[in-house]
Design a protein around this ligand. Structure first.
Ligand code: NAP
Length: 277
């Protein structure tokens, strides 16, 4: 589809944004459905975020994704946010209607769809241990509570950040210590530990068994030390590609009103992550 005066533009605001795989995923989806839409990366520094969000209105963009470091900052700069966004305290997708900017959090739904798809596991009745207490952990914890998880433990380097999530989530959530982890069905790494070669959360193999499902929100590298340790101990494991895919699919549907072409998006995403796009 050629770019012309009617092309609708969406994109992602982040700093850095150079390594994002989202343009490949969304542009493949637009092409597959014959939509005259284009998804672009925008490097936006935090000090320019308000102006950039105003730019959505001024330039007639159809919406944007937000990534590090904008997900929390943007909350106070939007006209409307849905209830889940308010509870999570972070927004990763912005849409526009009648000139009003609306914030959504598709990371939360993306996580729950990925868990269902990867493990055939519903969050209802599941005991979940979340490692980390940043934006991703918060979205995951709020979603787990919303879907009726039996228990939610948050273990984090800085306990005060875990306590803040527990307060937001309510009585099914508890702070856990990284030194004595509770028994869970699903273990989720929502820290950034694992992004770099040699990163280690230090969880011993004896903690894992065939009863566990272990999900790492990290997707590059494809197998973190956590996933390798858990897999070798017999646990079922999955990386964060599915979460990235499904948060993107939700955003696509919010913006276009069309059903997202999942298999096209999955292939494009995988190729981009592996560096072939
Ligand atoms: P964030 O808000 O910056 O939070 C980072 C978390 O990692 C905090 O809990 C932090 O602990 C912890 N942490 C950082 N360095 C650590 C270390 N050396 N040892 C122990 N803990 C450490 O980041 P975020 O936005 O939540 O992202 C977290 C991860 O989720 C990233 O790897 C990101 O790539 C991934 N993610 C994936 C998807 C997806 O679609 N697959 C979507 C969103 C995020 P403190 O509180 O102590 O600082």
């Amino acid at each position: 589809m050629g770019i012309d005066g009617t092309t609708k533009i969406v994109g992602i605001f982040g700093a850095p944004v150079a390594h994002t795989a989202s343009p490949a995923m969304h542009n493949a989806a637009f092409a597959a459905l014959g939509l005259n839409w284009l998804y672009l990366p925008f490097h936006v520094e935090p000090s320019h975020l308000r102006a950039a969000l105003d730019g959505i209105r001024c330039l007639g963009l159809a919406g944007v994704n937000l990534t590090v470091p904008h997900k929390v900052l943007a909350l106070a700069m939007l006209d409307d946010v849905d209830d889940e966004v308010r509870r999570i305290g972070a927004v990763n997708t912005v849409s526009i209607a009648d000139g009003r900017l609306r914030g959504h959090n598709t990371d939360a739904a993306g996580f729950s769809t990925a868990i269902q798809e990867e493990f055939g596991l519903s969050l209802r009745g599941t005991r979940v241990l979340i490692l980390g207490a940043g934006g991703a952990a918060r979205a995951i914890a709020v979603r787990c509570a919303g879907e009726g998880a039996a228990a939610i433990w948050i273990a984090n380097r800085t306990p005060a950040n875990a306590e803040s999530i527990v307060r937001a989530v309510g009585d099914r959530a508890h702070v856990a210590s990284l030194r004595s982890l509770p028994e869970a069905d699903l273990v989720v790494n929502a820290t950034s530990v694992g992004l770099h070669e040699g990163d280690s959360l230090g969880l011993p193999a004896k903690f894992f068994s065939a009863r566990h499902c272990v999900f790492d929100t990290i997707y590059r590298p494809a197998e973190t030390e956590l996933l390798r340790t858990a897999r070798q101990a017999g646990a079922r494991v999955a990386n964060g590609t599915g979460m990235l895919l499904h948060q993107g699919a939700r955003a696509f549907e919010i913006w276009t009103g069309e059903k997202a072409p999942l298999s096209v998006m999955r292939d494009a995403l995988q190729a981009a992550i592996e560096g072939n796009a």
